[in-house]
Design a binder for this molecule. Structure first.
Ligand code: DOR
Ligand code: ZN
Length: 355
């Protein structure tokens, strides 16, 4: 039996408020625990988006009533900069959408980026959804305003090399990678799609083999693993106007452990990028008496039908993996046992109480 610390996933989309048929604070945090994740940071591109004190209450009220695991909520950067920045808010940080995404929070006006960088409280992190050139621009902005920026879900060779160069020059930039950008390439799209191209849609898009190899070759540049769990139902993914996004909470750990079994990374790297570094980057408190017990030898097939997420599918369906979560203990309470979530709704705590 392998004992790991509770994992932290710094990038999770729940769909409450607004689209709880895809996921809510109940199903999404149950999926987290089943995957060995004891703390999630929730993204703000809900409906309405979470971008001021009033909309923040919508998310936090739902979380307080329903969350099975610990959590914190990001605020989205919107056009109303002052309303967003009224401190102190109990949030994980500010999320800026600077590129193709799902929802209404995309910011194209670079003067708004500047205002956010200037005025967002310096003790709270900024996370950027930026790709390629917009990533270069936001890293420059971090350098100009002399404050850290965390880059979400990198996927390209040019991105990891840019971040490596920026770090070498002392710019305060950190980054995360999602399992689907480590384990899938664009060549996998036909098999994921099964005749429905919408199933393969995700932002950032799946990249080339060369990109994926560059991510693996520069794993030391990558600070965190983050699922970018983005549940949309199978009906939506196979219908007209399919939204982009893959679920990921329940497949993260078995994929990483299988890679570790294959000699592609170490268990210490899993702990570093799924707990130690996210805790540091997002100033998260320790979760006392919290751990995950994994049967590291169990081989099994990933099956969408066994998942807690409401979305009902996974791009990894049918994959053979090694390493099954057996038991999760969260703050001394047995929170999940053999796939059964035992921590009741409301057990989860907001780990960012404002400041
Ligand atoms: O694929 C994606 N899905 N990329 C995003 O930027 C948003 C996410 C979602 O919320 O569905
Ligand atoms: Zn996301």
């Amino acid at each position: 039996m392998l004992k790991l610390p509770g994992l932290i996933d710094p990038h999770v989309h729940l769909r409450e408020p607004g689209a709880i048929h895809k996921e809510d604070w109940d199903s999404g945090t149950a999926a987290a625990l089943a995957g060995g994740v004891t703390l999630i940071l929730a993204m703000p591109n809900t409906n309405p988006p979470i971008f001021d004190a009033e909309t923040l209450d919508l998310a936090l009220d739902a979380a307080r009533a329903k969350a099975h695991c610990d959590y914190a909520q990001f605020l989205g950067a919107g056009p109303a900069v002052r309303a967003t920045h009224a401190p102190p808010l109990p949030v994980a940080g500010l999320k800026m959408y600077l590129d193709s995404t799902f929802g209404e929070l995309r910011l194209d006006d670079m003067t708004l980026w500047q205002q956010h960088f200037r005025t967002w409280p310096r003790n709270l992190p900024i996370v950027a959804h930026s790709e390629s050139r917009s990533m270069a621009a936001v890293i420059l902005m971090a350098a100009i305003y002399d404050r850290p920026v965390h880059i979400a879900h990198i996927s390209l060779k040019e991105e990891v090399l840019l971040i490596k160069a920026a770090k070498e020059r002392g710019i305060q930039v950190t980054c995360e990678v999602s399992p689907h950008h480590l384990f899938l390439t664009k060549d996998d799209i036909p098999s994921i799609s099964q005749g429905y191209p919408g199933r393969g849609e995700v932002r950032p898009r799946l990249a080339t083999r060369e990109d994926v190899e560059a991510l693996w070759a520069n794993l030391d540049v990558i600070d965190c693993f983050a699922t970018d769990h983005a549940p949309h139902t199978l009906a939506e993914k196979t219908g007209a106007n399919p939204p982009p996004g893959f679920p990921g909470l329940e497949t993260l750990l078995p994929l990483l452990l299988t890679a570790s079994d294959d000699g592609r990374l170490t268990v210490d790297q899993i702990i570093e990028k799924s707990m130690i570094n996210p805790r540091k980057i997002f100033n998260l408190p320790e979760q006392p008496e919290t751990w995950v017990e994994v049967d590291e030898w169990a081989r099994y097939e990933i099956r969408a039908a066994e998942m807690h997420s409401r979305c009902g599918w996974t791009p990894f369906d049918g994959w053979q993996v090694r390493g099954r979560v057996r038991r999760v203990v969260l703050r001394g309470q047995e929170a999940c046992l053999d796939g059964k979530v035992l921590a009741p709704p409301g057990f989860g705590q907001n780990v960012c109480q404002g400041g």
